[in-house]
Design a protein around this ligand. Structure first.
Ligand SMILES: [Zn+2]
Length: 230
């Protein structure tokens, strides 16, 4: 009997546009890098095995402390995530039990001219993950970025664990929040599909309230479509 030892090494996720994102400006999709291997020992990400994670998981905690939220932008397929604006120090939380598989300082994309940083948490053994891209809307030191990242590579985190804070230096500062699986950005879904119905309802209500503080037009949080430029 022959063993099938297939190894796939892929560069995770490519290219974002360099443009403003959130707070009304045009969106961008943050880049991140890393290696994924799938073989006899199961999936590893940046050398970290995901085998102790469940194959599926329903997320039970909204990824942000709602009291800090000032605005949200709706999901669109071309943008892949939901932008969540908060006051400075807004707390971001793990949506489920997971493993921290990437920490990045000075990611080089997102809001231009910003010292943006990112945290990735894998949530299933099949590769579903949450990606938080903290877009500062200004410049901060590496040390300030580190001070606002409360987890380390390889950490096990629990649902609701406080993982980081947004440093908000301007009104467009936000966290770009994605939920991505093995299909990557080409197959991305609105993050809410991975959450319990109770969390999804709470999240939609918060989004609606924040949009209506700025405008009477209320796009749907998850079902907005990309409209071609005229
Ligand atoms: Zn975004």
């Amino acid at each position: 009997m022959s063993k099938c030892a297939v190894e796939i090494v892929a560069v995770l996720l490519v290219v974002g546009m360099v443009a403003g994102c959130g707070g009304g400006s045009s969106p961008t999709t943050p880049t991140q890098t890393g290696t994924v291997s799938t073989g006899n020992t199961g999936m590893t990400v940046n050398g970290i095995p995901l085998s102790e994670l469940p194959a599926t998981q329903t997320m039970t905690v909204m990824p942000v402390d709602p009291t800090a939220v000032t605005y949200m932008s709706p999901f669109r397929p071309s943008h892949t995530g939901i932008d969540i604006n908060t006051i400075t120090g807004g707390h971001f939380l793990s949506p489920g039990a997971g493993i921290v598989t990437n920490i990045e300082l000075n990611t080089g994309n997102g809001l231009p001219g910003g010292s943006n940083y990112g945290i990735r948490i894998h949530l299933t053994s099949t590769g579903l993950y949450a990606w938080y891209h903290f877009e500062v809307n200004g410049s901060i030191s590496d040390q300030v970025q580190r001070d606002n990242i409360l987890v380390a590579l390889g950490d096990r985190v629990s649902a609701g664990q406080h993982i980081g804070n947004l440093v908000s230096l301007g009104k467009n500062a936000h966290v770009h929040f994605d939920m991505l699986d093995a299909g990557g950005r080409d197959a991305v879904q609105c993050p809410l599909v991975y959450f319990s119905s109770a969390v999804a309802t709470t999240w939609e209500s918060l989004y609606d309230a924040k949009i209506l503080e700025r405008t009477s037009k209320l796009p749907d949080l998850c079902n907005e479509v990309d409209v071609p430029n005229p």
